[in-house]
Design a protein around this ligand. Structure first.
Ligand SMILES: [Zn+2]
Length: 93
């Protein structure tokens, strides 16, 4: 059996996914997915690969959270105060 991290790495090497999709695909809580992603980002860096993050975006005004470095989703938009946000998604390159 591959470990959860190996499964996540294989999925993300193949396509872009957000934490909710990963959570469903590997069967762990979304919160745990973020913890795995932090470890994966570090181990990939050591191998010369990179975990790229597609920034979260506000569905209301289009604000892009491009300076955000954390993996978790932001609570609300700093510009329009809405909380209809696209989750950040991940891909291994
Ligand atoms: Zn907004």
């Amino acid at each position: 059996m591959p470990t959860i991290r190996q499964q996540i790495i294989e999925l993300l090497a193949d396509r872009q996914m957000d934490a909710r999709e990963l959570s469903g695909a590997v069967g762990v809580k979304e919160k745990e997915v973020y913890e795995h992603l932090a470890h994966i980002a570090r181990s990939l860096a050591a191998r010369g690969n990179k975990l790229t993050i597609r920034a979260s975006e506000c569905l209301k005004c289009g604000y892009v959270f491009k300076d955000r470095r954390r993996f978790t989703r932001p609570g609300r938009c700093p510009r329009c105060r809405e909380s209809h946000l696209i989750n950040p998604s991940f891909k291994i390159t």
